[in-house]
Design a protein around this ligand. Sequence first.
Ligand code: GAP
Length: 457
Amino acid sequence: MNKYSFDEIVAHLRNTGYVYQGSEIYGGLSNSWDFGVLGSFLKKNIKDLWWREFIERSPYNVGIDSAILMNPKTWEATGHLKGFSDSMVDCKECKSRFRADQLIEEATGLSADGKSPEEMDAMIAEHKIVCPKCGKHNFTSARPFNLMFKTYIGTLEDAKSVVYLRPETAQGIFVNFNNVLRTSRKKLPFGIGQIGKSFRNEITPGNFIFRVREFEQMELEFFCRPGEDLSWYQYWVSTCFGFILRMGVKEENLRIRPHSKEELSFYSTATSDIEYAFPFTDWGEVWGIADRTDYDLKRHMEYSKEKLLYRDPTSGETFVPYCIEPSVGVERLFLMLVCDAYDKESLDNGEERIVMHLHPALAPVKACVCPLVKKLSEPARALFEDLINDFHCEFDEAGTVGKRYRRNDAIGTPFCITYDFESLEDNCVTVRHRDSMKQERVAIAELKDYLKKRLEF
Ligand code: GAP
């Protein structure tokens, strides 16, 4: 379990340039965050790894990049227009607003998942739940609140021009099912993945970047024959779990939680969440893997009147494939990775160092080139300028070498490369490792290969 408080980790991320408050100079915008000089790299590295492992290196999958604004009929077909809502209640005394299920769960420990607004009202009354802000028991009735952001397309703001910011990237995949079949010549089983922004007008965003209104999803819709779906579902649960382990997250901080029968969506035969022991809660969802059967394709067939079918090339049999969906938020992976990597260690000299043990493939800065003294800046800079053709590196000549090491430990740089007087003679540099703090001498001619090997995923 995590040793450090969430506030401490968040303060570190904000101080070091991983994350900034959104619109800060205007006093911010509630629960909006910008990814900074380091955070933008970490986010990009996460997305690049997912794309490489789930699309490029997969024998099954292809990728697309669909539009955020979609024909609103899409959301009629999926049920989002009617049913993508959370129930909210307001405290009549202090005017605070809550998600009814969260209010109930936090006060009683009972799950209100899937309950109707009326059932939630009854639970609030039965348990005499009080407002966490003012302590009074005086709530409005629970009422549904649609989470989709609405906007208008074109110059007229009327009912005909309403469109929605997509609340998930998945539907951009389902509506392109025929296009992908036609242009990729894929045969079952195969998957279509994409990375993109999604938007949800969450009633209670929070816990830093854990629940936000604008986030990025990496979703895969994996199509297979009915009857083979449950074994593919198991395959994707273990593939996603294995991917997180490969990113270096400690196994004891992870669990796979299968949904109970009551929790399952009506169209799903199996769903599991991969959860992480975040410092602000017992367990928080990171990745959801669902067997969605043929629900989505069938709904789009019904609403679009287009046939979204697969024709078996050998038997000629035509059917609607089943679909397994592993869906993950980039911000959730980001938050899990930094919570897991953050550490404080006491050194032999009595000092304390903050270190982010990020997997080298994910680290924003791969190496920092440090001339021992300013006199050596010129050859050290030439080395740095050569290395940046291959890796994202930094050059640091300010302060003692020890201080430079500490600065780089704190942002997760896996290697510091010190150029000293001997380097002028032997054409070698000292490579200092972030995690072990061990140092070794490496020939400059071999340095790129040396780093490449250690930065592999
Ligand atoms: N297409 C299925 C789908 O969107 P979901 O469980 O609503 O399922 C999938 O979302 C993943 O997206 C979650 O496991 C989480 O990682 C991420 N996610 C969902 N809502 C989020 C939010 N408000 N802020 C950040 N990430 C979110």
